[in-house]
Write a protein that binds this ligand. Sequence first.
Ligand code: LUZ
Ligand code: MOS
Length: 753
Amino acid sequence: MKHQDALLHVRGSSLFVDDFKLPGDVLHAAVLVSPVSHGEIETLEIDEVLSIPGVEAVITAKDIPGENQIGNIIMDELLLAEKEVHFIGEPIAVVLADSPEKARRAVKAIRLETSELPSVVDPREAFEKGMLIAPPRTFSLGSVSAMWKECDCIVEGRADSGGQEHLYLETQGSFAIPMENGCIRITSGTQGPTFVQKIAARVLNIPMNKVEIDIGRLGGAFGGKEDQATPWAVMAALGVYLTGRPVKLVLNRNEDMTWTGKRHPYSSDFKLGLKSDGTMIAWEVTYYQNGGAASDLSTAILERTLFHSTNAYFIPNVKATGMCCRTNLPPNTAFRGFGAPQAMFVIESAIYSASEKLGISPGEIQEKNLLKRGDIFPFGMAYEGSEVRRSWKQADGLYRKDNTGKKIKDFNSSNVMFKKGISFMPVCFGISFTNISLNQANALVHVYTDGSVGISTGAVEMGQGVNTKIAQVAARTFGINLSRIKIESTNTTRAANTSPTAASSAADMNGNAIRTACSNILKRLLSHAVKCLCKSGDCKVEMINEAVLINGKKTDLEWDKLVNLAYLARISLSCQAHYATPGLYFDKSSEKGRPFAYHVAGTAITEVTLDRLRGIFSVDSVKIVHDVGESINSLVDKGQVEGGLLQGIGWVTMEELKYHTETDALLSDSLATYKIPDIYFTPDKVDIEFLECLSPNAGVYNSKAVGEPPFMYGIGTYFAILEAIQACNQEIPPVYSAPLTNEKLLMLLNKKH
Ligand code: LUZ
Ligand code: MOS
């Protein structure tokens, strides 16, 4: 079963926000943003611009009829700046004109003068100045302070990881259309339709039922459109409200890269205590998260960091503290992994550091401490699976079978210019929104009288294949062909009060809601079939391959015929259903609970070859054993594992955000200066094995969430490179500062040590 959009995509006929034909009177919006990272607006003169031919309106904060506030968790972000500006790219005014070019030219003609205030872009500096977005939080287990004296080995250090540009193929964008009686219909490239609806209603001061959000698909998102699609959609709606005409706003690549938030850079201090055999007994870590200028989702992301401070390991004494620091960068936001990759990079750095000191390989320390069923996480939940250890064992089997260790030793002893390194990267990722109330979804199913089916859920298709999976769930539940199923656009009038498509859980939750809705309709259909066909009154009835079976025997009654009979008998052929993930709770005062429905685990083995003269490397192979439960669609799942891996390798090796040291302007603001993995960089060999599923009742039909966990396999590449560096020269001290770019590598290899 292929991704349902595959043919549309390769033919170029799939529709994205910028592709829709709009009415002739549409206005195009362009945005004036702050040119300084911290300052005040001294002059803002728009009158001259209004007289430029083709310019229809210039919107500033004064024109907002409702609240000028787009904050979600914490109310600290204005749609349009009023006086103070806090980052380069903070929106100040919106120009509406009859073409995008005219709108952008008019933006340049606005007279804007800003004063400059001191700026902070480093999270540790922000922390020292008391610039916190929220109070610090600490998760703890046992007592670290009592344990240090029990340790045979203690390593302390600092680990830094950089931000990451989402680089979705489709930039942020939206258009809004006026409907009758003050209603507005918004098409938005968002992961969170309900959030856009809520904020648009708040800003326009109209009820939510007057705002309809519709989404066909997104050209990628990766978290970057969970919160940050909202302002552009709300600006378009504001334009409609003020002019009565359709308004479209699509960012170009440079605007998108410069103005929108990214993965949070982190700087962290760690202290790890071990016994001489490598058993980890105490773990203390403090994360300084670079939140940017507004809270956005930073507090939730920091929470997920704390939930993953020990990755796939059991450590009996833990103290993990997180600081959510406010800086003068664009507000950083959700990005695949949502704070967990940052946490895992730190614990893996600590393990690497300990391995050096103890003279034990990192793999040995990792394996010794892997989670077992029943082990308690620092947040009070027990690890309920067996996949952490089983995936390690299966991956280790591959490693031994291929005689990898010996091959690498032989290669390194016979090569001077090239050295190989290898790493193991176990991953254990919690599935569910950490905000418990978001763990719900709903679905609406219509069966039409010809037997075709229309399905609406809150899930947003962004290339990840959620619509394909949901269609498969519906077809399987009904017992009919997939070709009968159509997934409708995601629309707030058909699926209301939805959670964003995020946290890897859209297929799980929306799939479960669809399963309930379909099985409710099927029950009505089958009981009608019993009425029609069953004389004895004691009949077992099922729908298999589009045919009704009575007591296991195929009848002449087929799906479409039965549907039509049911319609004539005035039986409802529609159903709405709701799903709430069971068994979740969390108490923020004790920081204990059971926040996750289950964990997804797996292990990656990465082999790299380093060119010590040039400071470049290639990833020879990545072998992954990954837990997808009982996969609904193994091609889609494999695609997610491959894509996540590549994105993760990019994060730790090549994607580097550079800012001007004086102005704080983003220098890596185009694809000429910001490099992501391409097909040439892709590992020569990526082997993915799915782990046998032994823990049923995870997600829908025993499948498991797959979107985010594989991202963190990419971290393994970092440590494989460190191993290759060691093979070049044991004197070079390991660095824990991602990304490990070619430039950094070259300096490291050539420095006198
Ligand atoms: N988004 C969110 C997420 O709002 N809450 C989460 O816990 C989460 N986790 C992963 C990715 N996005
Ligand atoms: Mo996300 S990082 O929007 O699942």
